[in-house]
Design a protein around this ligand. Structure first.
Ligand SMILES: [Cu+2]
Length: 676
């Protein structure tokens, strides 16, 4: 039965894929699910339940927090990307006026710190793992010993994250790939998770990592790591890692033949086809597809630190679940996991946004205080600050939330934090389910592709009102399922859900009872084709000289580049009205950007409209359909150049050019001055 269903779904998916576009998916996108630079209304609501407290930092300290270690006595030891380690006292106070004392300095990009079992601390610097200790108890580190050297070639992107202590007494470190073609793993173990023994041996564990800024070992001994969108990575996600796994980034396999390698896949085994990684993993054993996807731009854009809630309720109702930081969108997401047929999968949920800066570290301190370590330098993020440290505390109030989503053979079980109102909860109209996936290829990122609606055929509300079973058709293994409960009210009918959407990554259908029979016809008839918006989104993109120029050359040629910190290298371009213009855009940055030329005063509006495109945005180059857009490039990959041609407007004025990639429009802006 299972097999028949799988085969059917596969065939069916191929048949309808051509009919479906993103339109079918996002018919009723709620405001909450989109990436908006922190909706004030939502942030205020979230703040009723989890209170954010920024920790004041003296003006002469640049606290680009990269690692947080809580110490007894409500102290924190904090590493910074600038190479310092600070002891902070008073960060738990209601109105903190903390005392900072410098414990160590001169380190090279330390990105984590843990207590060493024998005393002192382990820190991963760019080039080595170091044991650091204050041997004479004067509050200053005085012993620095190299534990293991980490190979580096010199690429700025060769970060080393961690360490995290392993249950066996060793420690683990994750090693970023280098940046840019042709070789992103120029030295051994780039793109790997490695284990390091106390005497300095390096044991390769798993390959295929790209930018593994956050990783952890759970209380059950599971290794989880967070990944960012990029080459081979369609969107951010969390993947459970076993020894010998390959999790996607092909470059790491340049070293899989090295002595000690635990990975048997080879570089040439990995096809650059653009098929979803789940499909490829079925054909090529040894590839592990993501455990939980965090849909790009909706649940963050740069998955980072992962923290398990072991507070037994001190931090609120989500004990045993996970919190996941996002650097670009300065928010914290939530994640639940379940093991189905030996495979881990689960769901991601919004949790809390509105932080001052991008979060790369999450660490639970004493008494259920969650500390968020922040830094934006070189990457940019939503928020008002470039770096910092914030604390998040539960206020004691329980929000009405989707507590957890679990898979069922014919749908999903939604558990809630409070009893639901039976009338609204029993109505299928108050829910929606749809699914989509991402391409797996060497290109940077992927649009969300292959959308399908999953009609809900039956809803069963549990006796106690604490859970609802949704049975639907068109569910597909390997796909991300967007599950919305937009119309469900709490029992007193007083509350809407604080967040009404979850994203479940269905790697395996579980065994168990069905509440609807499997009927393939239902799925086919329920799907209707939708129109593609692709044509209109490219209407103002000329990458060839327009035919109307009759072969004439451009009268004005600009070259526009990027500089670190998400900025264009020029903020003023001048052109005469009606000129034929050639614009050469060099994206020298390490993320995707576009250039969108807008009517005077409309740059921020167009940027906001681009955000509203949500999960379909990438496919549309984040170009909204708007009369305010005059011309634009596509989304240009890192280290790539694109040239476009357009006619300068006839009306003189200060036109604007912006990058509409989510989060960029605030800093990536300039004026195209059209002179009479
Ligand atoms: Cu940009």
């Amino acid at each position: 039965m299972e097999m028949i269903r799988q085969n059917f779904i596969k065939l069916f998916a191929i048949a309808v894929a051509v009919l479906i576009s993103g339109q079918a998916f996002g018919q009723n996108p709620s405001k909450k699910e989109r990436f908006v630079a922190a909706s004030d209304e939502l942030v205020a609501q979230e703040g009723k339940y989890w209170k954010r407290t920024p920790i004041p930092v003296p003006d002469d300290i640049v606290l680009e927090t990269s690692g947080i270690l809580p110490l007894p006595g409500k102290r924190l030891l904090v590493t910074t990307r600038r190479g310092e380690i600070w002891m902070i006292e008073g960060a738990y106070d209601k109105k903190p006026k903390p005392k900072f004392s410098l414990f160590a300095s001169g380190l090279h990009t330390p990105l984590g710190i843990v207590s060493a079992p024998q005393g002192g601390y382990y820190v991963a610097q760019r080039q080595e793992v170091t044991h650091i200790e204050d041997t004479n108890d004067d509050g200053l580190a005085d012993s620095f010993k190299t534990v293991a050297r980490l190979p580096i070639s010199g690429s700025y992107h060769e970060y080393a994250y961690g360490p995290v202590m392993a249950p066996n007494g060793n420690m683990r470190v994750t090693l970023n790939v280098a940046f840019g073609a042709p070789n992103q793993a120029p030295v051994p173990w780039r793109g790997w998770m490695v284990e390091i023994t106390p005497d300095g041996q390096i044991i390769p564990i798993a390959a295929g990592l790209r930018s593994p800024a956050g990783f952890t070992v759970t209380s059950d001994g599971l290794w989880l790591y967070g990944e960012n969108q990029g080459e081979w990575m369609g969107s951010g996600h969390v993947t459970q890692i076993d020894k010998g796994d390959f999790v996607g980034h092909r470059e790491s396999l340049r070293w899989s033949r090295e002595p000690g390698s635990t990975v048997s896949l080879r570089f040439e085994d990995i096809p650059d086809s653009g098929d979803p990684i789940y499909e490829v993993s079925k054909r090529i054993p040894g590839i592990k597809s993501p455990t939980v996807w965090f849909p790009h731009t909706i649940l963050g854009i740069s998955t980072a630190g992962i923290e398990e809630d072991l507070t037994e309720g001190e931090f609120g109702p989500f004990t045993g679940q996970f919190f996941v930081a996002d650097q670009g969108q300065s928010k914290i997401l939530r994640m639940t996991l379940e093991e189905v047929k030996g495979v881990w999968q689960g769901a991601s949920y919004p949790f809390r946004e509105g932080f001052e800066c991008g979060i790369i570290r999450l660490t639970m301190g004493e008494g259920g205080s969650l500390f968020a370590g922040e830094t934006a330098r070189g990457w940019g993020s939503v928020g008002t600050k470039e770096q910092g440290l914030e604390r998040l505390d539960w206020t004691g109030k329980v929000p009405f939330e989707i507590y957890e989503v679990k898979a069922r053979p014919d749908g999903f079980l939604l558990k809630f934090t409070k009893p639901v109102d039976r009338t609204t909860a029993a109505d299928p109209e108050n829910y929606s389910i749809s699914n989509f996936t991402y391409k797996y290829h060497s290109k940077y990122g992927s649009p969300a592709v292959d959308f399908m609606k999953c009609p809900i055929l039956k809803v069963e509300v549990a006796e106690d009102g604490m859970s609802v079973r949704l049975a639907a058709v068109c569910l597909r293994e390997g796909y991300v399922h967007e599950i919305k409960a937009q119309g469900v009210l709490s029992k007193e009918k007083s509350d809407n859900l604080l967040h009404d959407t979850a994203y479940y990554t269905l790697n395996q259908f579980p065994y168990g009872d069905r509440i609807i029979p499997f009927d393939s016809d239902l799925c086919v008839t329920a799907v209707s084709p939708a129109s593609s918006s692709e044509e209109s989104s490219f209407a103002k993109l000329n990458s060839e000289k327009p035919a109307s120029w009759d072969g004439a050359n451009a009268q004005t040629s600009f070259s526009l580049g990027t500089v670190p910190g998400m900025k264009f290298d020029k903020t003023l371009l001048e052109v005469s009205a009606g000129d034929r213009v050639e614009l050469i855009f060099n994206n020298e940055d390490d993320m995707l950007h576009n250039v969108v030329i807008c009517k005077p005063g409309t740059g921020q509006i167009v940027g906001a409209e681009a955000l509203q495109l949500g999960v379909q945005g990438l496919e549309m180059n984040f170009i909204p359909e708007s009369d305010d857009v005059i011309a634009h490039t596509a989304l240009v990959s890192p280290e790539t150049t694109e040239t476009i041609y357009f006619k300068a407007p006839l009306e003189p004025g200060d036109y604007e050019y912006v990058c509409t990639f989510p989060g960029h429009v605030f800093s990536m802006t300039g004026i195209l001055r059209v002179l009479p």
